[in-house]
Every structure is written in structure tokens, then in C-alpha cells.
Design a protein around this ligand. Structure first.
Ligand code: PGA
Length: 255
């Protein structure tokens, strides 16, 4: 499969922003702004309390709703947690897994990323698996090792078949929320490392079909340069996704 056949994915990661009322107001405005958009997938990841209302608000549109995390068990005595089947029932189709903020503040490891990936697939949720190096790791020339460790560890026991829904997001930690975007060259180099590894592990077809998104200070002003790179298949966008006009502008990056 040629690289150009990969449908771009633009995903907004809202982190711990927006109440249920703010979420619905945003989506009612946003869905009109993107109603005639074709040729890319649109994903919005609101906070847990707003997921069901978000799914209702986008029903009948092309917008997909993602959660930002979940527990890998399907139910049980895990106070404060939510499961993949619960997210499905709330109307989510996608879930972000292993975001660097989860790794940094909430003890997420490659092993727990892998458990979540397997549980998401089992429940019919599409995983968006995040990887990326810190500034210290980049400066110590460890970027490649870190990416390989994260991609191998996060995707243990996947096959070409089970891998097919998965999306990977390369998010260098030093670029997240800092205004310091990776250059398209830096991003593409990292994407190549990841795609090459998937090729080695799971074969050329799986590698060519895999969507790899870039995340880290993506904005309307820089998305075109990033998306011009053949190895970059979309964006995972935090801060700049919180405003509907800004998110819509990025979705319309070609025009
Ligand atoms: P940012 O966040 O766009 O605000 O840098 C990206 C992310 O954390 O997914």
C-alpha cells in the first residue's frame, strides 16, 4: 500500500479542560464548521464526565469521540476507574493510551500501555498509542532507544491483524504544551524509526498502513508544514484543539 493512501487523522486531546456544558457547546459549533470536510478523520477526546453527552452531540456527524485513559479490567473493585466496555457504552470509539502526562504523573509504563491496548481492542475501541522522548533523553542521544522500547513494550503480542485499527502518536515530551514544536524533519525522522520498527516486527503491509500522528504544540500556523511530510499522517493536538475555530482551521489545513 502506498503511503498516500493513509487517511489523515486529526485528533483533539482536551486533557482536563471543559465541563459537560462547555463540551456540548463546542461540539455544536464545531460540527457545523467541519460538516463538509472530507478526506480526514476527526477525533475529539473530552474529559470522562462529558463523554456520553459528547457522543450524543456528534451523532450523525463524522466526528469520533475518544476517551483519554481507562483501566484494562472490564469491571471490578477499582475505585475511581472506568473500563473499556463502559467507554464503548458511553459512545466512545477511540481511546488515547500512554500519553506522556499519564506516564509522568500517573505511573503509566510500557507494560500498562500494553495491557490497555489489548483491553481496548477486546472491547472494540481504537487505541491511539502515544510514545515520545523527554528533552533529557533527546539531548543524551537516546531518542531512538526510547522510541523502540516504548513501541515494542506497548505493542507486545500484537499481530498484523490485531494491529490494524491501532494508531500511534509520536509526541516528544519537550514539545507538549511548550510552544516548541518539533520541526517537520525531526518529527519525520522519529516517525520513520517507528514505522521501520513496525515493519521489522509485523511486516511491510502493517507498517505502510499504520497511521502515525505527530503531537506537541501543533497549531494552525504549523500544521501544514508537518502534514506535508509523507510519513506524518495527522496530529494529536492539545491546547490548539480547545477552540472550535482553531481545531476546524487545522482540519482544513489543505485549504
Ligand atoms: P499540545 O498537547 O498540543 O498542547 O502541545 C499535545 C498533547 O499533549 O497531546
Amino acid at each position: 500500500m502506498a503511503a498516500t493512501t493513509r487517511t489523515p487523522v486529526l485528533a483533539g486531546n482536551w486533557k482536563m479542560y471543559k465541563t459537560v456544558q462547555e463540551t456540548v457547546a463546542y461540539l455544536n459549533e464545531f460540527k457545523i464548521l467541519v460538516q463538509y470536510t472530507e478526506g480526514c478523520e476527526i477525533v475529539i477526546a473530552p474529559a470522562f464526565p462529558a463523554l456520553a453527552a459528547a457522543a450524543d452531540a456528534v451523532r450523525g456527524s463524522r466526528i469520533r469521540i475518544a476517551a483519554q485513559n481507562f483501566h484494562w479490567e472490564s469491571e471490578g473493585a477499582f475505585t475511581g476507574e472506568v473500563s473499556a466496555p463502559m467507554l464503548r457504552a458511553a459512545g466512545c470509539s477511540d481511546v488515547i493510551i500512554g500519553h506522556s502526562e499519564r506516564r509522568q504523573y500517573f505511573g503509566e509504563t510500557d507494560e500498562t500501555v500494553n495491557r490497555r491496548v489489548l483491553a481496548a481492542l477486546e472491547a472494540g475501541l481504537r487505541p491511539i498509542v502515544c510514545v515520545g522522548e523527554t528533552l533529557d533523553q533527546r539531548e543524551a542521544n537516546q531518542t531512538k532507544d526510547v522510541l523502540l522500547r516504548q513501541i515494542d513494550g506497548g505493542l507486545v503480542s500484537l499481530t498484523p491483524e490485531s494491529m490494524s485499527p491501532i494508531i500511534v502518536a509520536y509526541e516528544p515530551v519537550w514539545a507538549i504544551g511548550t510552544g516548541r514544536t518539533a520541526t517537520p524533519e525531526i518529527a519525520e525522522e522519529a516517525h520513520q524509526i517507528l514505522r521501520d520498527r513496525i515493519r521489522e516486527n509485523l511486516g511491510p503491509e502493517t507498517a505502510e498502513a499504520l497511521r502515525i500522528l505527530y503531537g506537541g504544540s501543533v497549531r494552525p500556523a504549523n500544521i501544514q508544514g508537518l502534514m506535508a511530510r509523507p510519513g506524518i499522517d495527522g496530529g494529536l493536538i492539545g491546547g490548539a484543539s480547545l477552540d472550535p475555530a482553531s481545531m476546524a482551521a487545522m482540519i482544513h489545513y489543505r485549504s
